[in-house]
Design a protein around this ligand. Structure first.
Ligand SMILES: Nc1nc2c(ncn2[C@@H]2O[C@H](COP(=O)(O)OP(=O)(O)OP(=O)(O)O)[C@@H](O)[C@H]2O)c(=O)[nH]1
Ligand SMILES: [Mg+2]
Length: 258
């Protein structure tokens, strides 16, 4: 009983911070995506390919979560965009407070795209809203086509499922069509893209999805701005003040691991 009360209170505080983040991101028109998968499904490699394929002038920022090490941030920093590692020190998921803390000092309103790699885990990250526009679940073909049925939570909440490592299909007993059917049994509207980060298959389709999703966010932000002329307050206003005070020169291209 006590455990339920504590969990409810943790999640409601998380939801409060996530709502502030979402408000700030909506005001700026930035698209925020939360990538969730089991360890090793290819989240970082998909992000590496995405950074490689996006036009160099894209104003994006990346947060990458892990229990330990800044290995993923080091991989992603090679593409010249701002990247920060969130080391959770044991927690099996990111939460909204971690995201807000690691965004400090970045001028959110100039970011078009915020990519968040969650800690490798198909269960816990599902419960934590990070203020994102969409959760994206990555399932690699080495994990088994039954995973949508066994871990329905994330497949229900994800807008898009990326079926990764399809180059390995000849070597594993994974039925693509069955994986699709299983995902749609849990979430009939889920979008599905098949990719191989090693051969590049499907990456064009992924980039088109990303472009369309970003355009949809910008359109929604402009419509909201027309309806409501008030300035964003709370977290975003605080962030602006912090940015002006602390980082006059360090605009987004100041890429380094903190
Ligand atoms: N064959 C093949 N290997 C891949 C593909 N995508 C990623 N990998 C490999 O899978 C391994 C794990 O990839 P990562 O990108 O580190 O996976 P991750 O999901 O970020 O892992 P964690 O951050 O530890 O949860 C690496 O050795 C990648 O090279 C793919 O499409 N095909
Ligand atoms: Mg990773």
């Amino acid at each position: 009983m006590n455990r339920v009360v504590i969990e409810k209170s943790i999640l409601s505080e998380n939801n409060r911070i996530a709502a502030e983040l979402r408000e700030a991101l909506t005001a700026s028109g930035a698209l925020a995506l939360n990538f969730i998968s089991s360890p090793g499904s290819g989240k970082t490699m998909l992000l590496e390919k995405t950074l490689e394929l996006l036009p160099a002038h894209t104003r994006l920022a990346v947060l990458t979560g892990d229990i330990q090490t800044d290995n993923d941030a080091r991989r992603l920093l090679r593409y010249g965009h701002p990247v920060r590692q969130i080391c959770t020190g044991g927690a099996c998921h990111l939460d909204a407070a971690m995201v807000a803390k690691h965004l400090e000092g970045w001028l959110l309103k100039v970011v078009q795209l915020l990519l968040i790699e969650n800690v490798g885990n198909l269960v816990c990250p599902t419960s934590y809203d990070l203020g994102e526009d969409a959760k994206i679940v990555i399932l690699s073909v080495t994990e088994g086509d039954d995973k949508p049925l066994k871990y329905p939570g994330i497949f229900r909440k994800a807008e898009l499922m990326i079926l990764n490592k399809i180059d390995l299909l000849p070597h594993v007993p994974f039925q693509l069509e069955l994986a699709r059917e299983n995902a749609r049994r849990i979430h009939p509207e889920i979008e599905i893209i098949e990719t191989s980060c090693t051969t590049g298959a499907g990456l064009g389709q992924w980039m088109r999805w990303l472009e369309a999703r970003a355009a949809k966010k910008v359109a929604a932000a402009s419509a909201a701005a027309t309806r409501n002329h008030s300035q964003p307050g709370g977290w975003n206003a605080q962030l602006e003040v912090q940015c002006q005070r602390r980082t006059r020169q360090s605009r987004l291209h100041a890429a380094s691991v903190d």
